[in-house]
Write a protein that binds this ligand. Sequence first.
Ligand SMILES: Cc1cc2nc3c(=O)[nH]c(=O)nc-3n(C[C@H](O)[C@H](O)[C@H](O)COP(=O)(O)OP(=O)(O)OC[C@H]3O[C@@H](n4cnc5c(N)ncnc54)[C@H](O)[C@@H]3O)c2cc1C
Length: 226
Amino acid sequence: MIAGRLAATFATGVLADALSVSVDEGRVMVSRRVYGGAAVRTEQCLSGPAVVTVGAGVFTVPEGTADGNGVIVAINDVPAENKIKCVGKYKKQGDSVDLSAAKRVVGVGRGFAGRDDIKLAQELALALEAEVGCTRPIGEGENWLPRETYLGVTGTIIKPKLYLALGISGQVQHMVGVNAAQTIVAVNKDKNAPIFKEADYGIVGDLYKVAPGLTKLFTAAKQADS
Ligand SMILES: Cc1cc2nc3c(=O)[nH]c(=O)nc-3n(C[C@H](O)[C@H](O)[C@H](O)COP(=O)(O)OP(=O)(O)OC[C@H]3O[C@@H](n4cnc5c(N)ncnc54)[C@H](O)[C@@H]3O)c2cc1C
């Protein structure tokens, strides 16, 4: 809404959900995913400056260049035209993990048979010092994990060093949110699961055996290091 109002004020357009931004002969161009992540489209704003929005985690601040806070420019106060009044502020309920900043993420998919079993992923995440993310059916549908932790084209996009997917088939709508990870490891009992085509390392096996095994291994390695 803010982007639209800003664009209307400056008589220009909004280019939403940009994956890349460039300027060609003074016109702003962006690329963005369409058809649920199956294709990428290029869009150009014909009216000079444009308002561009990007998703969390799509761009990273180059190291040593800035702290990500941008430049703060003081402007004269503009009185609000509407009658909305703030009557109180409340902290959003639920976990507020910034998955887009996480170095390691363990992904939970529908291979988990029940909500309680997710502790296997949480224990593995603890051993790996990782955060827990999930697929859309787990975060929105089953509601076994907070909605904001689901990864993908309509969820959060991440760029961790490691993404370890447990019981995730690897549909394109999920993978576009995680395939910028430096290393993808997948655990799936189906050797033909599409995720194995995109994973750097794959373990064909039952997550109920593999996840506790990995937790034991990483916990022992951590103890040996300390
Ligand atoms: C417009 C649109 C937008 C969408 N956006 C998103 C999005 O942003 N993010 C997203 O995640 N999804 C999104 N989806 C849904 C997406 O298409 C898939 O349905 C979803 O990602 C599948 O989730 P999953 O891999 O957990 O489940 P499934 O596809 O059901 O896969 C479960 C996998 O677990 C494996 N498995 C089962 N039991 C075990 C076991 N014991 N051990 C090991 N492996 C096991 C199975 O072999 C299977 O491969 C979107 C869909 C649409 C139509």
